[in-house]
Design a protein around this ligand. Structure first.
Ligand SMILES: Cc1cc2nc3c(=O)[nH]c(=O)nc-3n(C[C@H](O)[C@H](O)[C@H](O)COP(=O)(O)OP(=O)(O)OC[C@H]3O[C@@H](n4cnc5c(N)ncnc54)[C@H](O)[C@@H]3O)c2cc1C
Length: 439
């Protein structure tokens, strides 16, 4: 009889960065990992497509320099030389004008606000730093918190358009915790002079995903692409769309919560799945343009002008050089919105035709001939809606089925979504399983 211990097995539903990180850390510890992904490529919200043979994220992606978890993962993979850290230019478009907002000096020159209100705007940095107990922010909305700090004008010009751009008609219900956290994170990615530095990965986020997948496969695991899971049964086994059932010691769902609720509908009680449905999400539509020319020098342009429907125009090739895409300039136009709105449901061509006149208005030299190609990407569960007292509706990791867990970006509060936290949550869950099974 062999004394060799059988490898532990796990089914992971979803090959986004949470699922990949969980799979990677378990595979490293000898587990046999099976990852099921409904899409034809891995990465989830940070998934990619090809531009001139090179990986490009469907939705703009970068890391902050304080995104420690993802940097630790990259080091663990021995790929530290793939981390690219670069300064970026941040701007704002307001009332048909462009403003640079990369440093405190830029802020002082920001004409749309009175001098007093420019100074009050600077107080936001202090207010963010002085938060010792974020839980106290749970019972105030972002709107009220920001008005208290920088006044009505500062709120209306600078913050309200961003909140509306991110959450649409739900903007006024967003919790101060969400906004505080966003500002904390972004502020932490600045150098000594207040200039922003951001990080990217050589070969794109898809290249990092591929390295993790390679390690899972080397340990005897598998990634099943284009394989949607439709059900989890009472034993924790997962059923694929072709009705084939996969059994494992553990199952982890990294899908959005409403999808997890659907998968657990028959095997858990309705109170549990109703709890999962308490968290709402907004969707995102992202128009990715491949252009023959650049729009501006700015990487991240916040659009604060209420006449423009996009929250941001991100010129990716002002961050990762255009040479990576054979000279094509890459520009993203991002729109967050609830999926029941007509704009979310336009066809690719309709959305392009809708968006282009706004680009033309903002950049008068721009011409349609510059567009070499375009793509419209949509994700219904792009951003959990973080309302007041969100902590009360976060579902637990453990489901009523003893070997089935949920691990999603809706549970990382007070942090907001991000691949850094996806990696952290995957690692933490892997450590928990390893500890549990070695007792
Ligand atoms: C517009 C936008 C910009 C962003 N920018 C950044 C950024 O700059 N930096 C950053 O770090 N983060 C950014 N993020 C956030 C980041 O992409 C996410 O936080 C992170 O990727 C979440 O990973 P996840 O694995 O938890 O979830 P997801 O990426 O949502 O992965 C879940 C996976 O489950 C799969 N799935 C769903 N249902 C099933 C099923 N039934 N069967 C099988 N598979 C299923 C999905 O296809 C998906 O691949 C951005 C997100 C968006 C939308």
């Amino acid at each position: 009889m062999s004394n060799k211990k059988e490898a532990r097995t796990i089914n992971i539903v979803g090959a986004g960065f949470t699922g990949l990180s969980l799979g990677y850390y378990l595979a490293k510890n000898g587990w046999k990992v099976s990852i099921f992904e409904k899409d034809s490529s891995p990465g989830g919200l940070a998934g990619s497509f090809k531009v001139e043979g090179e990986n490009l994220e469907k939705f703009y992606h970068h890391w902050f320099t304080n995104d420690k978890e993802v940097i630790d993962l990259i080091r663990d993979l021995g790929k530290e030389d793939h981390i690219l850290i670069r300064p970026t230019r941040v701007g704002m478009y307001y009332s048909n004008n462009f403003f640079r907002l990369s440093s405190p000096l830029d802020l002082l020159k920001f004409k749309p606000l009175s001098i007093i209100n420019r100074i009050r705007l600077g107080f936001v940095v202090l207010a963010v730093r002085s938060v010792r107990d974020w839980k106290k922010l749970e019972n105030i909305t972002a709107k009220d918190w920001l008005i208290n700090i920088c006044g009505k004008q500062g709120y209306q010009v600078v913050w309200e358009p961003l909140l509306k751009g991110k959450f649409g008609r739900f903007a006024e219900s967003v919790s101060a915790v969400w906004f505080w956290n966003k500002l904390k994170l972004r502020g932490g990615s600045r150098g000594k002079q207040g200039k922003e530095f951001l990080a990217y990965y050589k070969g794109g986020f898809a290249s990092l995903a591929d390295s993790m997948i390679e390690k899972v496969r080397q340990a005897g695991g598998e990634i099943y692409l284009s394989q949607e899971i439709i059900e989890v049964d009472k034993e924790g086994s997962v059923k694929r769309q072709d009705d084939v059932v996969f059994k494992a010691d553990y199952t982890v769902l990294t899908t959005p919560l409403p999808v997890a609720a659907r998968l657990l509908e028959k095997s858990t009680d309705s109170a549990f799945t109703a709890g999962l449905r308490k968290v709402s999400y907004v969707g995102n539509v992202c128009l990715t343009l491949e252009l023959s020319r650049s729009l501006s020098e700015i990487y991240w342009l916040n659009v604060n002008d209420p006449g423009f429907p996009f929250v941001g125009i991100i010129e990716h090739t002002n961050f990762e050089p255009k040479e990576s895409y054979k000279g094509r300039h890459i520009v993203y136009l991002s729109k967050y919105l609830p999926t029941d709105e007509p704009l979310y449901n336009l066809t690719e061509e309709e959305f392009f035709d809708y968006a282009i006149p706004f680009v033309q208005k903002m950049f008068p030299d721009f011409s349609r001939d510059w567009v070499l190609d375009y793509h419209v990407w949509k994700e219904p569960y792009s951003q959990p809606l973080v309302t007041m007292h969100y902590s009360r509706i976060i579902p637990p990791y453990q489901t009523p089925i003893s070997n089935v867990y949920i691990n999603t970006m809706a549970q990382i509060y007070p942090e907001d979504r991000g691949t850094n936290y996806a990696v952290r949550e995957g690692r933490k869950m892997a450590e928990r399983f390893i500890a549990e099974t070695s007792e």
